[in-house]
Design a protein around this ligand. Structure first.
Ligand code: PMV
Length: 325
């Protein structure tokens, strides 16, 4: 065994359908390879135990002693693989902003599982990987739809839809379909700088839906319909149509109560600067938004977003992708 090993996982962006996806409507997500989480495992002297060090997250703890969702994930892996706790230091570095809708938690967990599988010489299907990360997400978020762990584990654009239980009450796996992208798409992703844990936004939607179920279900249906338009636009490589779908999706996200003035201001600034469309992405109530841009206007729109208060904004390209397994 080498004395150190590392693995990484990419960030993700939900293009359309967040929140409604929890209620079995389709959602679209893509990996964002520009920003990543990296986990390194290094051998340590006998008796050291397994220490987790996450300087970017200001966290440190020891397996078997401290309570932390990532420590629980390591325990899950060792239990599943019937292995004793190794003497190692596990170091996590991530450039993915936390609690901002870019899948930071799922990416760190994915990199951690990949690194441990390599360290322990275990082969891992992407379904195994997704299942370990989903359990970790459940500890953090309560009732995640599964889209974050899936897009990050698959590392490819996907359409994702939870399925209703079978007639006998048994659970069915989600429908996961590779998402075709017909032409490069220029996006600008901007961070509002406001942090919001996913579970709070998801709980808020659940509580409001309990008070007005039919209204919320109609809004989720409308998000589902807009998501299908976005899927067709991506497949056709039609950035203007994708932008229009994003604008409608943002309005619907406002109506379910997950936008905030800062995100609305960023969306408005992007549209004013010439974006085809823009929307918040992820759980909302903070976090990131993105704009779909004409290819030659990415930098103008990026600057407009910084001018409108984004703490960070960067250009990324969605690359053409064939929807075959
Ligand atoms: O964790 P985030 O901010 O990427 O949001 C996840 C997307 C939601 O639809 C809001 C929740 C979920 O579990 O799908």
């Amino acid at each position: 065994m080498s004395s150190s090993i590392s693995a990484h996982a990419v960030a993700k962006l939900i293009i359309a359908g967040e929140h409604a996806v929890v209620y079995r409507r389709p959602a679209l997500a893509v990996p964002i390879p520009d920003i990543t989480a990296i986990v390194q495992i290094a051998a340590a002297p006998h008796g050291h135990g397994c220490w987790l060090e996450a300087p970017d997250l200001d966290q440190r703890g020891r397996v078997g002693i401290d309570a932390h969702p990532l420590i629980d994930l390591i325990t899950d892996l060792l239990t599943a693989w019937h292995l004793p706790t190794p003497d190692v230091t596990v170091t996590i570095h991530s450039t993915i902003p936390i609690a901002s809708g870019m899948g930071s938690g799922a990416a760190v967990a994915t990199a951690l599982v990949r690194a441990f599988a390599a360290w322990c010489d275990k082969s891992l299907t992407r379904e195994d990987l997704g299942a370990f990360v989903y359990r970790s997400e459940q500890r953090l978020h309560g009732t995640p739809s599964g889209i974050d762990n899936t897009v990050i584990a698959y590392d490819q654009p996907i359409s994702f839809c939870r399925q209703a239980p079978r007639a006998d009450g048994t659970a069915q796996p989600p429908r996961i379909v590779p998402l075709a992208i017909g032409a490069p798409m220029t996006l600008v992703i901007a961070d509002s700088g406001e942090r919001s844990p996913t579970h709070l936004a998801v709980d808020g939607v659940r509580q409001r839906r309990e008070q007005a179920t039919a209204h919320y279900d109609a809004l989720f249906d409308a998000i589902g319909a807009v998501t299908l338009v976005a899927e067709q636009a991506l497949a056709a490589g039609d950035a203007a149509l994708l932008g229009a779908a994003c604008r409608q999706n943002h309005t619907l996200l406002q109506q379910i109560g997950v936008s905030i003035p800062t995100l609305d201001a960023l969306v408005a600034a992007a549209l004013k600067a010439g974006a085809y469309g823009a929307k918040l992405s992820g759980a909302g109530v903070g976090g990131v938004m993105f704009a779909v841009c004409p290819p030659d206007q990415g930098d103008i729109i990026r600057q407009a977003l910084i001018g409108a208060g984004a703490v960070k904004a960067f250009i990324t390209q969605l690359q053409p992708y064939q929807s075959v397994e």
